[in-house]
Design a binder for this molecule. Sequence first.
Ligand SMILES: *Cc1c(COP(=O)(O)O)cnc(C)c1O
Length: 367
Amino acid sequence: MTTIPLVDLGAQQAEIAEEVRAGLDEVFATTAFVGGPAVGRFEAAYAAFSQVTYCVGVANGTDALELALRAAGVRPGGEVIVPANTFIATAEAASRIGAVPVPVDVDPVHLLIDPAAVRAAVGPRTEAIVPVHLFGQVAPVEEIGKIAADAGVPMIEDAAQSQGALRHGRAAGSFGLAAGTSFYPGKNLGAAGDAGAVTTSDAEVARTVRVIAAHGSARKYEHETIGMNSRLDTVQAVVLEAKLRRLAVWNDARRAAAARYAELLSGIDGVGIPVSAAGNEDVWHLYVVQVDERDRVLRELNEAGIGAGIHYPTPVHLTGAYADLALRAGAFPVAETAAGRILSLPMFPHLTAAQQERVVDVLAGAV
Ligand SMILES: *Cc1c(COP(=O)(O)O)cnc(C)c1O
């Protein structure tokens, strides 16, 4: 049986292997393990790619979001509005500050944070709004940005799944005061381990993130605030530099694969296919369809060697971690219904047409 994984990073690795080896040789030869030149080079390159002025490399995406929220002035006890349908880290970042994540429902077509729900959730304690550019889409940033501006609070973007995504030509992560992104290996731009970054065009936010991430100090042993240790590893920066050079091509390959799935699935009843919002050039971090009897369909795919998955099986408010929010099933019906129907098909830049045909054959048989 030929297996088709959800994500296959092997071909990416092969493309960059030589460049990475040369870069690592240099890191080891100079023993510049923390904050070596590769970190600064990658930060500059990623800022340019993201259409912002500053990029601060950090240890992972969750830290990036926490740091962005802290730099934006979110305090313990403040409320941070997040979509109910996201990876838990979006909410966790707020909780780590001692702030309270306030989940809201998503729209039924794109499963992105719903502006009307955000407007209804804004209150006197709201200190930030965090749209998530889920699955490689761009969230409705104009409307969310307007709501945030009306409320006098910052919009902080969760850009962990959207490296390279554009809305009317502008990069995901460049719309709010700041964005947090993740270079977890499976992301569109993935390191060889954990890594992340805060991007912003605000000099003060960039400075504050750097200070907090470096033990609260701008100069060695002068600690102006209680910070943390969150650095982008030099070894990861070498890998990320090499991958960033190829990211636009890889994102185009994902777009082509998404178009091919849409064509192959168009004649098949019982499979809801994802569509991009008008104005978006999405980067298809995940290809998420919707089906009835999802668990059975998923099992049949997995049994046929196809690494389909679910992103995410439990909305934030129904996780054990957030039982304290006391939000019951039924609180966010769109997110909850979607959680039972969504199915992520294999998606990565080097996915072949033959692999996609096989995925669709098995899926068609299962629905
Ligand atoms: C991956 C991810 C994160 C967290 O990133 P880590 O690097 O794993 O800490 C946050 N938000 C979303 C939407 C993600 O997909």
